[in-house]
Ligand binder design. Sequence first.
Ligand code: ADP
Ligand code: MG
Length: 485
Amino acid sequence: MVSEEIRARYKAVIGLEVHAQMLTHSKAYSSDANVYGEAPNTLVSPVSLGHPGSLPVMNKKTIEFAIKLGIACGCDITEKQHFARKNYFYPDLPKGYQITQDKTPICTGGKIIIRDENGEEKEIGLTRIHMEEDAGKSIHDMDIYDTLVDLNRAGVPLLEIVSEPDLSSAQEAYNYLTEVRKLVRYLEICDGNMEEGSLRCDANISVMRVDANAFGTKVEVKNMNSIRNVQRAIDFEINRQIALIETGEPIAQETRAFDALKGVTVSLRTKEAANDYRYFPEPDLPPITVTQEDIAQVKTLMPPLPRALFLKYTNELQLSTYDAYNLTDSKPIALYFEEVLKHTSHVKNAANWIMGEVKSHLNETGTSIERFPIEPIRLAGLINLIASGAISHTSAAQKVFPAMLSEKKDAETIAKALDVLQSNDASLVNEIIDAVLSQHAEEVSRYRAGEKQLLGFLMGQVMRQSGGKIDPKTGNQVLREKLEG
Ligand code: ADP
Ligand code: MG
């Protein structure tokens, strides 16, 4: 670990390359199913196996998915594109090349907005987004002698999202990946599951003196299966590089792997010279043209996006940044909130109920909001009932809400059945308060003699005797009037 003082002399420069497996039904260039977790080598037609003479056929859905992401990030969509072959040998790549896009990525430019260390907005530029295919999977830990290979993943469509080196810390990288994952999930183009490898990240990291004007040598780190591990790997790598420079050692341009158990990066291979993949245009796939009409068509398919909702919640609805983040974190939650708002004007109360009782219930029972038994309209009904003073928040949370989980009835019906409806009926309020005042004549005279703190005690008696059935606000007001009067 380098000291704080030395650390402060350097700044980190980070660019991320994210691979997102697309949620298409079939693979990129064949009709093999695109499913995770099947028995090895069962989703493999001659195309996936790279048999000579087999021909790839473009899955059009992948273009739509890429354009969706491009629109969401404000990228330029490339009109004329072609695929390229990236040639290399590896046992999980039976064709001996990967079909990718080299000179004509489908998207260029654009940005992703993240929060920096201070919670301020920061734009991270995108260099490009291109479509390519996944390789198979080499399995090194199942057989003690041999490496096994599973080609189910070979040919699964990927989007590669390459960022500019605009990230300055491990925390920013964490926030960036969180935003990317949220975005692909909102767009429903990738499930964003890093543990299963459907979202993967290579981190390019370099450090430089704060007063330097050229980037340092970058190191690429792979093999991180969670956003948290990307953050850990980057933190480790920044410290490692600074320590090397401080001792006068050069930084080797290399690829390293993150060892999550030890929390360190280890060298995989050095990049003496740039890899020569001998890219050339893929002769078996026709070039693609994306017209303005195609883009307009995809625009009609765009779902609400997290940033637009965030801006709506903070600006129009006047919710806090914290609430807006919380509610837009997952699309189904945001859509649920949107539905609730169609039936109530008590925005902040609705936000609180969803972030509080609803989310707690989901966490405790391991349910998703899609399966949550209280429909938005019924939750809105409960919120309205509380706001009208007809029930207290306490009896709503403790009695009505739990009952609504199992009974498909509206809040008012349930509150009535549970006998927790409060009364603003003046005669009931008067009757209860008069009874309390005569039972506690001594406290009443002490109150009148100046012991104002006895109000709390008397109010407690009123609420107890009413069995929670009078609105505390009304009760409090009438009690004061009677005491003072
Ligand atoms: P390569 O040719 O090694 O693939 P690229 O220029 O294509 O390198 O960049 C790959 C990734 O590395 C991009 O995300 C880019 O932002 C990032 N990157 C480039 N230079 C640096 C640097 N000096 N430090 C950190 N990241 C960098
Ligand atoms: Mg590159």
